[in-house]
Ligand binder design. Structure first.
Ligand code: ADP
Ligand code: ASP
Ligand code: MG
Length: 406
């Protein structure tokens, strides 16, 4: 008997027919003798709809109340699934995040799971129940409902799997697994059979939304193998596991594209010690995460300072930058929202040179201008104009020999 945690994303529970198909799958495993915990997302599009409703009610909706609202998406699917299972004669119980013991910090909208007390779920499992847990939500010290950030049901599932010491955590989604790049952008993308936590983490950080970043972090930390697979067929998907010698040894294993970045430039800033601290200090105080930073020194003791932040943080970051620009005597603040960050990722880069050159050449051949570059041990990222993002992904996929013959 195995203890399995299965998470189903929004497309997999988009209507009653699909929830019913998920129930079939869960029942099959339950009948085979496995203990089943099912973590559900809201129906596809529901979270977006709830956010839009809140924005109609107020330009900047109160964050506490927004979380109360957003959590209802997952409450709905969890309840519907439990209703369905019970109506078919199975013992089932739904759990909201707090009922499943998911305890988070107090950051509405992007709360972090601090710990999980899964006693109640464990007890229900031992009594033969199928446990259905609402993903994406928890509760903080005050008992207030919190949500875990977009895509957060992945993290709910992995965290519950870790706390229950599950044998496997399966992430059911609308593609067959993790691909060498987003299969919706590149028809020649290939499914990867096994990928290391490290590479998967980079891919998630750099825009492959197939898994939420924190879910991969958790899986790596607690050594939970993840099986990312389709809820629409029975095929094996992708195993996300520790790096091992028999993994594909491609220098570049994946390409990602992140459309969520924006760029801010402070022009003609005095080139003096302490200036960067003056700019990035207030941004950090406002809890704005700065991604890439680049400084172009001009002659005459001045420099241009460019950095990127996410679209969500853009307005606040711009406001802060304008105030700081005045204070330090910068000439002006420029900004752009129409940018994309394309990245190539691979463990093999640690021991190979020439990856950057291949990347720049592939982009140049498509006449795509590179605005910013950043690198780490296992990836290289370039910021380009958003309108070239898909073209760039396809060109890089081909240039690094990743194209399949589909
Ligand atoms: P779910 O609702 O099941 O959580 P998501 O929409 O969050 O699903 O994630 C699945 C989507 O991630 C796919 O439909 C695909 O377009 C996108 N995606 C981006 N990069 C990749 C990749 N490298 N491999 C697979 N899917 C990817
Ligand atoms: N429903 C939430 C979202 O759309 C969480 C999730 O689907 O994982 O982001
Ligand atoms: Mg998702």
């Amino acid at each position: 008997m195995a203890l399995r945690v299965q998470k189903y994303g929004g497309t997999s529970v988009a209507d009653i027919q699909r929830i019913s198909r998920v129930a079939d799958r869960v029942i099959k495993a339950h009948e085979a003798g496995d203990q089943m915990v099912v973590v559900l997302s809201a129906m596809a599009g529901v979270t977006d709809k709830l956010i839009s409703l809140a924005r109609q009610a107020a330009i900047t909706p109160d964050k506490r109340e927004l979380d109360v609202l957003l959590a209802t998406g997952e409450q709905t699917t969890a309840a519907l699934m439990a209703i369905l299972l019970k109506s078919r004669g199975y013992k089932a119980r739904s759990f909201l995040g707090f009922q499943a013991g998911i305890h988070t910090d107090q950051t509405p909208g992007k709360a972090r799971i601090l710990d999980i007390d899964a006693q109640k779920v464990k007890k229900a499992l031992d009594q033969g129940h199928i446990c259905v847990v609402a993903g994406f939500q928890g509760a903080d010290n005050n008992g207030d409902i919190t949500t875990l950030g977009r895509g957060g049901s992945d993290t709910s599932a992995v965290a519950i799997a870790a706390s229950l010491k599950a044998d496997v955590c399966e992430i059911f989604t609308d593609v067959d697994g993790v691909y060498t790049t987003d299969p919706r952008i590149c028809a020649k993308a290939r499914k990867i059979d096994r990928i290391s936590y490290e590479e998967m983490l980079e891919m998630a950080v750099l825009g492959a939304k197939v898994l939420q970043i924190r879910s991969v972090d958790f899986a790596k930390k607690y050594n939970i193998p993840l099986h990312v697979r389709s809820s629409f067929n029975e095929e094996d998907g992708t195993m996300v596991v520790n790096e091992s010698a028999d993994m594909e040894s491609a220098v570049v294993s994946g390409i990602t594209c992140d459309m969520n970045e924006t760029r801010i430039t402070l022009k003609r800033v005095p080139d003096q010690p302490g200036i960067s601290a003056k700019i990035f200090g207030p941004l950090a105080d406002a809890e704005i995460m700065v991604d890439m930073i680049i400084q172009n020194t001009r002659t005459g003791g001045e420099t241009d300072l460019t950095f990127t932040v996410t679209k969500d943080d853009f307005d606040r970051a711009l406001q802060i930058s304008e105030a700081v620009a005045k204070e330090v005597g910068a000439e002006e603040v420029l900004s752009a929202k129409d940018i994309a960050k394309v990245s190539v990722i691979g463990l093999g880069m640690k021991s190979h040179s020439g990856v950057a050159a291949t990347m720049f050449k592939a982009l140049a051949e498509e006449n795509i201008n590179i605005r910013l570059i950043s690198t780490s041990e296992i990836r290289i990222s370039c910021v380009i104009l958003a309108k070239y993002a898909e073209l760039a992904v396809r060109a890089l996929h081909a240039a690094f020999g990743l194209d399949g013959d589909n």
